[in-house]
Design a protein around this ligand. Structure first.
Ligand code: NAD
Ligand code: IPM
Ligand code: MN
Length: 358
């Protein structure tokens, strides 16, 4: 198979974790005889520095030519006081909107060998396997904004169509998994949430095989760490999904292991870790590349239909953890902590050894 991938390293640890993920992608390509053609382009702070634009037209044009996008992270203190249009995050929001990537899939699965790094008790975290389906191109992120010195507002707006398509996506996801869907809202206060709940209620007639529940977001924030096993598919709006997914990363032991896929219903997609540019550890070789490597696995599965290759990456990552190799975020006692590159080497050795064993 031949595929074109646009690589957007971004800022902070973005380039470090993306370099690791690309090495793993190429190792898989070599083993399974696929050609992945990579085009690099700029986004975020790096793009602001070079083009005074967080998402230059050149970058959009390159993405349009490709089958999928791999992104690191954007942002950093250098650009934090820039005007809204010249913030790195604006580039990320714009690329999601430009390509209509309305469904953000954020799987949260416990790795048995990481449970020691989770602040949760082993018995609470060990069987967690959930999927957050976050609406990504609507809501308060994209509503009209207003600001004077004395007043500011962000409009939270959702159309029925926007809710229907993400809810359909989540029902279908639940069907492929354990058949349970938890819709998360704030319907006791927000009109957007009341429409959201109504749409889920209407839609559930079409999916009688899926067990549906509605939950308020504040209570889900609590249940997610007291009884995370309760959840299978969680569907929610843009902002609630952003917050709950960082919270859910605590279950696994590190924000550095959670991947994501942003898709729109065809084969195109953008793949990125859920974490940010981690300015506090950037440039030190300390970043955990697992989330970005696992995002490549999601790309292979969702955009290219390469299930075996995706599973092989996931197996290798898991095996490296099982062998006791960790980056600093997970090596809590400080011993056996590998650099980003050393840890990536272990993953590639694991993949290569598996092939030799065949
Ligand atoms: P962050 O996710 O960058 O970092 C939060 C904490 O987790 C930090 O202590 C960091 O060191 C740690 N961490 C994150 N990823 C890690 C990894 N792979 N390995 C080891 N440790 C890791 O969140 P933040 O500090 O709130 O934000 C920093 C910048 O990133 C901001 O500018 C923010 O807007 C941006 N951001 C970007 C994205 C994105 O590009 N998708 C996502 C979130 C935040
Ligand atoms: C994420 C990030 C982004 C978001 C920011 C950087 C715009 O936090 O991808 O989770 O809020 O969507
Ligand atoms: Mn986030």
């Amino acid at each position: 198979m031949e595929k074109k991938i646009t690589v957007l390293p971004g800022d902070g640890i973005g380039p470090e974790v993306v370099a690791s993920a690309v090495r793993v992608l190429q190792a898989i390509g070599k083993r399974y005889n696929h050609k992945f053609h990579l085009s690099y382009a700029v986004i975020g702070g790096t793009a602001i520095d070079e083009f005074n634009n967080p998402l230059p037209d050149e970058t959009i044009a390159i993405c349009k030519e490709s089958d999928a996008i791999l992104l690191g992270a954007v942002g950093g203190p250098k650009w934090d006081n820039n005007p809204p249009e010249l913030r790195p995050e604006k580039g990320l929001l714009k690329i999601r909107k430009t390509f209509d990537l309305f469904a953000n899939l954020r799987p949260v699965k416990a790795f048995p060998s990481l449970l020691g790094a989770s602040p949760l008790k082993r018995e609470v975290a060990e069987n967690v396997d959930l999927m957050i389906v976050r609406e990504l191109t609507g809501g308060i992120y994209f509503g009209e904004k207003h600001r004077t010195d004395n007043e500011a507002s962000d409009l939270n707006i959702y159309t029925r169509k926007e809710i229907e398509r993400i809810v359909d996506n989540a029902f279908e996801m639940a069907r492929l998994r354990k058949g349970r869907l938890c819709s998360v809202d704030k319907a006791n206060v927000l009109e957007t949430s009341r429409l959201w709940r109504q749409v889920v209620e209407e839609k559930k007639e079409q999916y009688p095989d899926v067990k549906v529940e509605h939950n308020l977001v504040d209570s889900v924030a609590m249940k997610l760490i007291t009884n995370p096993e309760h959840f299978d598919v969680v569907v929610t709006d843009n902002m609630f999904g952003d917050i709950l997914s960082d919270e859910a990363s605590v279950i696994t032991g590190s924000l550095g292991v959670l991947p994501s896929a942003s898709i729109r219903g065809d084969h195109f997609g953008l793949y990125e870790p859920i974490h940010g540019s981690a300015p506090d550890i950037a440039g030190q070789g300390k970043a955990n590349p697992a989330a970005t490597i696992l995002s490549v696995a999601m790309m292979l599965r969702y955009s290219f239909g390469l299930k075996e290759e995706a599973t092989e990456i996931e197996r290798a990552v898991s095996a490296v953890f099982n062998d006791g190799y960790f980056t600093a975020d997970l090596a809590k006692d400080g011993s056996r902590s590998l650099s980003t590159n050393e840890w990536t080497d272990r993953v590639i050795i694991e993949i290569d050894t598996n092939f030799v064993a065949d």
